[in-house]
Design a binder for this molecule. Structure first.
Ligand SMILES: [Zn+2]
Length: 530
């Protein structure tokens, strides 16, 4: 579990279902454990939109709003999650399916369905040939890269629809795995059964089912209880409703035209990405600030209406927002009118975000991520950035020295209040010369300071990585530090009983396998965990 995934994303996601199958076929305990482990591990690599980061490779990187997610990887993850529901009966896999389908998968498509992105991302400020070998543009073929993704993108929603319903293992009950407007036609014990689900889900919180068996028939319908359902209500006159983990089973002798009304009451959730950026989700929908865009045609194809396109932001478009005091609270707004919900989304979140240029909270409207192409989903928590720059960060008053430094790097950059580094802002980080194990950085104060929390930020580049360090303090005590978050966006936070010291020394004791010049982008010290 401690080791993150690496390798080609689509294959990694495809292989998730292998231990499920082998366990099912053999009953061997070790495959159950492997299957139990691999999905939570996958969750550590997720984009906000529910996809596994994979600009081809996963590369042991935690989920990020800035890393591309390949369409093939999304399809393989969908298929593995559907296998997860099928083989374990666990409803949480189905929650995940909806997040993936309605957000990353839908949000990688051109609205007319005639082009897709090979790779998509949560925070997508342009969709052009720039970056990851032209994988972010919109194309019906991507024949300049590889033609895999347009084919898998066509399969995604048919696969999704195909397993909206399943049968129970004994074959005489039905399972509503995922909610969507649909009509099921099947047979139970030789009797034809039709169930129509009338709903605008995920844009409304109700699903109305009409059950039509060919002859009156007793059976159970297992309805998924989404993890975010809030108070889920089920009305099914004359039926018994039994609860099971993740499901409600509605049983009766069904007659033609019997109805089930289901309603949910999801709240608006504020969630954090591994890099500390914040985003908002309601039910299965993740929300995004849409960025007004311009479309430029690249090449055209022999089949009329199919072209490659690049999307760039319109002049003056702003997405440099963060979350600070007085911003980041959103409320749901419903917009009536019958249009395609993926172009004119009937739900929005309205609230304020902190404009980092003008330094004021501004009103913004967030739309479902699946209804956006250029967008920003996750926003920096500017309050924690300010914390590093503030008086509370005692490291800023220390004199910093290092046992050695890479040419051009200064130890002072460790306490400049900025967590950035190569390739964006090399002046804001520090790196050592050589591979680094044994290198020491010392913070010296000219008067005793009381401290209880140290934050260590890794260099943001994926190669250089502190895997372990020890902090020695002037009072003779020490604290061991484990692996730092490798992208440097979030610190490793070390909290301990308050101690009064005049210096501390951070010694790097172990470095990552791809290390060249290990270092830190920032070290922060607080009296207590802020
Ligand atoms: Zn592909």
């Amino acid at each position: 579990m401690s080791e993150l995934f690496h390798g080609h994303g689509a294959h990694v996601m495809e292989h998730l279902r292998v231990p499920l199958f082998v366990r099912y076929a053999t009953g061997d305990e070790k495959y159950r454990v492997a299957a139990e482990n691999c999905f939570p591990k996958t969750a550590r690599h997720l984009s906000a939109g529910g996809a596994c980061i994979s600009d081809e490779g996963v590369g042991r990187r935690p989920g990020s709003p800035y890393i591309g997610c390949e369409y093939c990887t999304m399809l393989e993850l969908l298929h593995s999650l559907q296998s997860g529901v099928e083989k374990t009966g666990r409803a949480s896999f189905a929650d995940w399916i909806e997040v993936l389908a309605f957000n990353s998968a839908e949000g990688a498509r051109q609205r007319d369905g005639r082009a897709i992105q090979y790779c998509t991302r949560d925070n997508q400020y342009e969709a052009t040939r720039q970056g990851r070998g032209s994988r972010f543009k919109l194309s019906p073929t991507h024949d300049d890269v590889a033609v895999c993704c347009p084919v898998t993108a066509l399969k995604f929603f048919p696969y999704f629809v195909n397993q909206l319903w399943m049968k129970t293992a004994d074959g005489d009950g039905l399972v509503a795995v995922n909610y969507a407007p649909n009509r099921l036609e099947t047979k139970l014990n030789g009797v034809a059964v039709r169930i129509e689900s009338d709903t605008a889900y995920p844009f409304e919180d109700e699903v109305r089912m009409t059950v039509t068996p060919e002859n009156p028939l007793s059976f159970g319908i297992r309805l998924r209880v989404p993890g975010w359902a809030g108070n889920m209500k089920i009305e099914a006159p004359g039926a018994s409703v039994a609860g099971e983990e993740g499901w409600r089973v509605v049983t009766k002798e069904w007659k033609s035209g019997d109805r089930i009304a289901i309603s949910f009451s999801p709240g608006i959730e504020r969630k954090a990405m591994p890099n500390g950026e914040l985003y908002w989700k309601r039910g299965p929908l993740v929300f995004a600030l849409p960025i007004p865009s311009e479309r430029k045609q690249l090449k055209s194809y022999a089949v009329e209406g199919f072209r490659d396109y690049e999307y760039t932001p319109k002049a003056g478009a702003c997405w440099d927002y963060g979350v600070d005091d007085g911003s980041g609270e959103f409320r749901l707004e419903k917009i009536s009118g019958k249009t395609d919900p993926w172009t004119g989304a009937p739900v929005r979140l309205t609230g304020k975000l902190f404009n980092r240029k003008s330094r004021v909270n501004e009103p913004v409207e967030l739309v479902p991520m699946g209804a956006s192409l250029l967008r920003r989903v996750a926003f920096a928590d500017t309050k924690s950035v300010r914390l590093l720059e503030s008086e509370m960060n005692l490291a800023r008053k220390a004199k910093v020295t290092a046992s050695n430094s890479f040419p051009g790097y200064r130890p002072d950059a460790l306490v400049d209040g900025v967590t950035e580094g190569f390739p964006d802002n090399q002046d804001a980080e520090w790196a050592c010369r050589g591979d680094g194990a044994g290198t020491k950085v010392r913070l010296l104060w000219n008067a005793p300071v009381a401290i209880g929390s140290v934050w260590l930020f890794d260099r943001p580049n994926p190669g250089d990585h502190v895997m372990a360090a020890r902090i020695n303090f002037s009072d003779g005590s020490n604290v061991e530090a484990g692996e730092l978050p490798n992208d440097g966006m979030e610190p490793l936070r070390l909290n301990f009983a308050e101690k009064t010291i005049t210096w501390m020394e951070v010694m790097i004791t172990r470095v990552g396998p791809k290390n060249r010049n290990v270092g830190f982008s920032e070290i922060a010290v607080f009296k207590k965990q802020p």
